[in-house]
Design a protein around this ligand. Structure first.
Ligand code: GCW
Length: 666
């Protein structure tokens, strides 16, 4: 298609430096053992690879192939694992399942396009996490909630797309990094979308489902908790009402008759205006278990979000703390959820900020299935106009020690199920794609989708390794390119943080769009996202001693670390404490000087990115070069605006000048 469109599956990225003869020799013929529609996808991918590199299409043979593909090889122990090894006439890719085989083939093709020899591609690997899910926030009208990359590839004018080619390419992209689950519609299920689970839409649901299934991906849909009212004409959606329960059972039966291997439901309930069990004095175990009972007979799962908080707060009230909400609501329900209910918990207790604490609910419920939720779409992290490589942020979360079961209780162990041995575990994330030519607004934002998949596969991969793979597959394996890209990507999260909101306090964004500086934008609003800046200090006191008591939700020693000013890390200072502007950070700087310094520095770093990017002009594909160049220009303009507004705001509040006399607008 095009370099922008093909993402990391271009295959010809490094065409000039590949040994085509060796490739042609090894891909001369292919055989398939235990074939099905997933292995057919694998063969098709090999054909694409050959086409992209101008190699002859592989001959399909019964035996003696140079590339032998085997699905369902018992010797591969791990679920959906694979092995790539030498075999009698060339090489063999074998999977524990056909999905495992597909993963192996993607890995082989990626390795080859990075310039590895087939020998160097030999390995054994497997996904460490069971559920590796992507959530679309696509609405039926084609709009995408928090989407920064065009319109939906799934829906238009409240209809499913008839042409499934783009959905198929998306399935390829996802499967190539091991994603195995997708929910296709927004968690905010509005009027029209509520009907997506009814017979009117089920034939299309089935078509989408089949495409994803051919890539080893299970499809889910978001449902409206009040569907029995809207669709069933029942006057309530009380989860303990027999009529409501019967309605959901019937609805599930209808769905599964039409779409037998449908995954199940993803649910946002009692959150930001969505209906839920609270209306009827019921709790979230009552609500989710009711749906679980409906889909259970068909092997379906209910993924239930924990993003439940009071969004009608009064800013005058300093005691209510939105950060506490998920833990307060869900922790008492541990052990009360059905086996096929999985709680989905955002990485932070607030909402996907550039920096916030790790949610204390993660790993805290030993008798409940939990999965972690990330946001790949850059809602609060530059909306795909700013470069913000999110893998370092996610790694921090995955490597966070919750101490839930003593030292070493990392979040990643909750995700891979080794912390408490639940029935189900894994990760989910909000997608960043739309119908843009490059899928993600900026080509650099593709790296976040790629990296999310890679972390789902193996959370022990480093952010650098992932960046290096992505750069090699998408831009170039040329060392000069990597030398520019690695530092840019690895510093980008800190850079974004530098010119936006300081030290974990969050927001300061223009309300509703969440883009661009507005320091007091949410300060007197109902959303519970305040920084409490006055002339003397700033920050949210979440201590037990004098604040909201949020720190007590952590296991020790984390609770004490955050409670005490002396041990609270600088990066999260304003998330946990309200301090004076003259307070001295561990870095030795005063808070106010830190704010000025980071804001000046952030803008300078972006200027450096622009200079560095310019050096790549003749080393990478021109369309990618041009689009990123344009985006970096926007980033610089926005970063300046952030710097000047934030610095001026604090200068005006404090009257304290910058120690280095730089320009602050009075
Ligand atoms: O951060 C908020 C977003 C909402 C989103 C919500 C959620 C889908 O601003 O747009 O709604 O999170 O995660 O449910």
């Amino acid at each position: 298609m095009s370099a922008l469109y093909d993402c990391w599956l271009r295959y010809d990225t490094n065409a000039d430096s590949l040994n085509k003869e060796i490739l042609a020799e090894n891909l001369a013929s292919v055989s398939v053992e235990n074939g099905d529609k997933i292995t057919a996808s694998a063969v098709e991918e090999i054909e694409r690879f050959c086409k992209a590199l101008g190699l002859p299409a592989p001959q399909k043979v019964e035996s003696g192939a140079t590339l032998r593909l085997v699905a369902g090889l018992a010797a591969v122990e791990h679920k959906d694992g694979y092995v790539i090894e030498k075999s009698s006439h060339g090489f063999m890719v074998a999977g524990e399942s056909s999905t495992g085989l597909l993963y192996g083939v993607f890995n082989l093709l990626q390795g080859l396009s990075l310039g590895k020899t087939p020998e160097e591609c030999c390995k054994m690997d497997y996904p460490r996490n069971e559920i590796r899910m992507i959530n679309q926030w696509d609405n039926g009208d084609g709009d995408i909630e928090r989407g920064y990359a065009g319109r939906s590839i799934f829906f238009k004018d409240y209809k499913f797309m008839e042409d499934l080619s783009r959905i198929k390419d998306y399935a390829r992209i996802l499967a190539s990094v091991g994603i195995n689950a997708i929910s296709i519609n927004n968690v905010n299920v509005h009027f029209h979308e509520t009907k997506f689970i009814t017979p009117e839409y089920l034939p299309m649901v089935k078509r989408y489902n089949d495409v994803f299934n051919s890539y080893g991906i299970t499809m889910y849909m978001c449902v409206n908790f009040a569907a029995p009212i809207q669709l069933g004409g029942i006057d309530v959606s009380d989860p303990l009402d027999e009529r409501v329960r019967a309605w959901w059972k019937e609805a599930a039966k209808t769905i599964y008759e039409a779409v037998p291997n449908f995954g199940g439901f993803l649910v946002k309930a009692d959150s930001e205006g969505r209906p839920g069990p609270f209306t009827y004095g019921r709790n979230h175990a009552d609500g989710s278990n009711m749906l679980a009972e409906a889909v259970g007979p068909y092997g379906g799962l209910v993924i239930w979000r924990c993003f439940v908080y009071n969004c009608n707060q009064d800013w005058r009230d300093r005691k209510t703390d939105r950060a506490r909400a998920a833990y307060d609501h869900f922790m008492p329900l541990d052990g009360k959820f059905a086996d096929n209910v999985i709680l989905q918990i955002k990485n932070g207790p607030m909402d996907f900020q550039i920096r916030e604490a790790v949610s204390p609910l993660l790993g805290a419920m030993p008798n409940t299935n939990q999965i972690l939720e990330f946001e790949v779409t850059q809602e609060y992290t530059g909306q795909q106009r700013h470069l913000c490589y999110l893998i370092p942020l996610w790694k921090e979360v995955l490597d966070f020690d919750t101490y839930a079961k003593g030292e070493g209780s990392y979040v990643k162990k909750m995700c891979d199920g080794s912390l408490h041995s639940p029935k189900h575990a894994g990760l989910a994330a909000v997608s960043n794609i739309g119908d843009d030519e490059c899928w993600t607004g900026s080509p650099l934002a593709q790296a976040n989708l790629y990296g999310y998949g890679r972390l789902c596969w193996n959370a022990d991969l480093t952010a650098e390794e992932i960046a290096k793979e992505w750069v090699g597959l998408t831009l170039s394996t040329n060392k000069a390119v990597l030398d520019v890209m690695l530092p840019m990507m690895m510093t980008s999260r800190r850079t974004y943080e530098n010119y936006t909101s300081p030290l974990g306090v969050g927001w300061m964004v223009t309300p509703s769009v969440h883009y661009g500086p507005s320091v007091d934008g949410y300060e007197y609003d109902r959303w519970g996202t305040y920084h409490f800046a006055d002339w003397k200090g700033i920050g949210v006191d979440r201590t037990v001693a004098t604040g909201t008591g949020y720190t007590s939700q952590y296991a020790e020693p984390n609770a004490s670390t955050y409670e005490n000013l002396d041990t609270c890390p600088d990066d999260l200072l304003l998330f946990f404490h309200h301090v004076d502007y003259t307070y001295k950070l561990k870095s030795g700087k005063t808070l106010i000087q830190h704010i000025y310094d980071t804001h000046f520095e952030g803008v300078e770093t972006v200027k450096g990115y622009i200079r560095d990017w310019a050096t790549l002009e003749n080393m990478i594909q021109p369309d990618i070069f041009a689009l990123v160049k344009e985006r970096l220009g926007i980033q610089l303009e926005n970063a300046r605006e952030w710097r000047d507004i934030v610095n001026t705001y604090f200068y005006r509040h404090t009257g304290i000048p910058d120690a280095n006399g730089r320009k602050i607008y009075p």
